[in-house]
Design a protein around this ligand. Structure first.
Ligand SMILES: [Fe+2]
Length: 242
């Protein structure tokens, strides 16, 4: 795997199973699928996977928003994972590392370690949903929606317009969430002490292809107005071009 492709390029064999699920059930989540307390990450992982698979079997996962809400519930109970094996992602402004913590179904767990001030530039997750949980240090995450009518991410070199939908400062145990249709682009920036973040990623469609969007009118988030539109250029999967 090319390091710079990291999480987005992990092939997931999810589409068939998720898309063929039963019609979404609007009913409440069974108490048996609610998280409990876990003393180790592995204990949590086994329980959360079992619950997520049961959720899919019971209700389907075609309703991405609902499925991500379910995973967010589980993220509130996650213990820190053991120190993973980090791989450097070359091309970022500061040291940036990626780790695959747990591949699998119906979600993949990965992590990012960022030096102070490190930026993971704006990028999309087509067909994907995810939760970014800060477990050390702090980071700022700006989420964006692609404006209707904009060029698709696969059109490298094309200009696209995005609308900023949230600016969030995360410390330990805080997280943000995106779905295939909501806040699907984001940019991460580590705080003054750096950051370690865990990602819980689900892929509904596609094989994890993505693109960075090089923002051409970016302003620091501290000065940005919520809801502001930005223009950028799709530059493909090479972070050095973003
Ligand atoms: Fe991302």
């Amino acid at each position: 795997m090319q390091r710079r492709q990291f999480v987005h390029s992990i092939p997931l064999s999810l589409v068939g199973a998720l898309m063929s699920s039963q019609t979404f059930d609007e009913g409440s989540v069974s108490p048996s699928l609610m998280p409990k307390q876990y003393s180790t990450f592995v204990e949590w992982l086994n329980a959360s996977r079992a619950a997520a698979l049961q959720f899919v079997a019971d209700s389907g996962a075609a309703h991405a928003e609902r499925f991500m809400q379910f995973l967010a519930l589980w993220v509130t109970a996650i213990p820190d994972p053991n120190e993973p094996t980090w791989q450097r992602i070359d091309g970022a402004n500061k040291k940036l590392e990626f780790a695959l913590i747990s591949p699998g179904h119906p979600f993949v767990v990965t992590a990012l370690r960022m030096e102070p001030g490190c930026i993971l530039p704006a990028h999309c997750h087509p067909g994907g949903g995810g939760i970014t949980l800060c477990i050390d240090g702090s980071l700022m995450i700006q989420h964006y929606d692609l404006v209707a009518g904009s060029a698709a991410f696969s059109e490298t070199g094309a200009v696209a317009e995005v609308e900023e939908v949230s600016v969030t400062r995360l410390r330990k145990n805080q997280f943000t969430l995106f779905t295939p249709s909501r806040a699907n682009l984001h940019q991460l920036q580590a705080g003054p002490d750096g950051a370690v973040a865990v990602d819980i990623v689900v892929q509904w469609a596609g094989a994890g292809e993505f693109s960075y969007l090089k923002l051409t009118d970016s302003t620091p988030a501290s000065q940005a107005a919520m809801g502001r539109r930005h223009r950028g250029t799709w530059v493909g999967m090479d972070i050095a071009r973003a």
